[in-house]
Each structure stands twice: as structure tokens, then as C-alpha cells.
Unconditional design. Structure first.
Length: 192
């Protein structure tokens, strides 16, 4: 079943509509959606290795624009939209602690959190709630999200086919590791 799902994702990754899906997922993940764009980005890069830089740029742009949407959720609609999103993901306590740290280290938090599997929507909403400078937020988002997605592109471009072979041979292991990293990020947030 997992192998069949992987083959379907690769087929979607090679389709003409894949960039639209990638942009939509990257946008949504930065403001309200729990699934990171890497789930589609990596298969797209493996399916079309000559387009890795284009996909990294698209993912970065859509993620930053989605981050601006998340920023405005926090800035203008925190009580109506932002707080229910944080409660839905059980981020309430973590968010209160995060705000305290954010007041002092905001720019660096954006840089670091943008590179990790920790949900980026927490950073975008917190930036708006804290009233952090929108321009500094955008700059830090471009740097961190761009570094993350272009690093993936560089790895796929340089290692490429062996990575695809490894994933295909060890699909269950790779899937388990990605799931563990995602769950670990959620648990880390919950207990910090």
C-alpha cells in the first residue's frame, strides 16, 4: 500500500499541475495547514531533477506569501482565527512561552524555526501577534525558508538518483523516519 501511494505521489509530482499543488501546500503550511511542503517538493525534485531550483524558488515564494497571511492572522484576527488554530493543534501553552522569547529574539527565532520541521505557522502567527516588523519578518522568512528549500534542491541535484534508489528500496524506513521527525517536532513544541 505504501509503495502504491509513493508511486501515485511521484506520478502527481511529474504532472503539469504539480507546481500549483506545491505552491498551494507551501502557502497553506505557512499559515494554517499541518503538512509540510517537503512531502510534495522532494518527489517533484526527484521526478524532474532539472527543475529543482525552480521548485525551490516556487516553494520559497509560496511559503513566504503564506507566512505573510499567517502574520496577518496573528496581527488582525488572532482572537477570531489565530487562537482557534493554535488551540486545534494544542499549541496554547507553548504559544504563551513562545511569545515571551519572541519579544527578545524574534528575528533569530524566525531564522531558526524556518529551517526546522517545527510547524512554521506558529512563527508566522506569533510574528503578527507580537507586532514584529513585517519587513524584518519577510526578510527572515525569505532567508530561512529559501535556505531550507534550496538546501533540499542542492542535495537532490548533487546526490539525486542514489537518494531516489534509497527511498524506493527503504520506503517504509524513510516514511517512518519522516513521520518520527514530524511527530518529534510537534512533541517538542508541546513540551517546550
Amino acid at each position: 500500500m505504501l509503495k502504491r501511494f509513493y508511486q501515485r505521489v511521484l506520478a502527481l509530482a511529474g504532472s503539469p499541475k504539480a507546481p500549483w499543488w506545491l505552491a498551494a501546500v507551501a502557502f497553506a503550511e505557512s499559515s494554517f495547514f499541518p503538512v509540510p511542503p517537503d512531502v510534495l517538493l522532494l518527489p517533484m525534485m526527484l521526478a524532474q531533477p532539472r527543475r529543482v531550483w525552480r521548485y525551490a524558488a516556487l516553494c520559497t515564494l509560496a511559503s513566504v506569501v503564506g507566512g505573510v497571511a499567517g502574520y496577518f492572522i496573528g496581527f488582525a484576527f488572532f482572537q477570531q482565527i489565530g487562537l482557534p488554530i493554535l488551540r486545534a493543534y494544542h499549541y496554547g501553552d507553548a504559544f504563551a512561552q513562545f511569545q515571551d522569547a519572541y519579544a527578545q529574539w524574534g528575528f533569530w527565532i524566525i531564522l531558526v524555526k524556518g529551517l526546522t520541521p517545527i510547524p512554521y505557522k506558529l512563527v508566522t502567527i506569533a510574528s503578527g501577534v507580537a507586532g514584529f516588523s513585517l519587513w524584518l519578518f519577510i526578510c527572515a522568512s525569505v532567508i530561512s525558508r529559501g535556505a531550507r528549500f534550496f538546501l533540499i534542491a542542492a542535495l537532490v541535484r548533487t546526490v539525486g538518483e542514489p537518494v531516489r534508489d534509497f527511498i524506493e528500496r527503504r520506503l517504509a524506513l524513510v516514511t517512518s523516519a519522516l513521520l518520527a521527525a514530524l511527530l518529534g517536532g510537534f512533541l517538542l513544541l508541546r513540551y517546550l
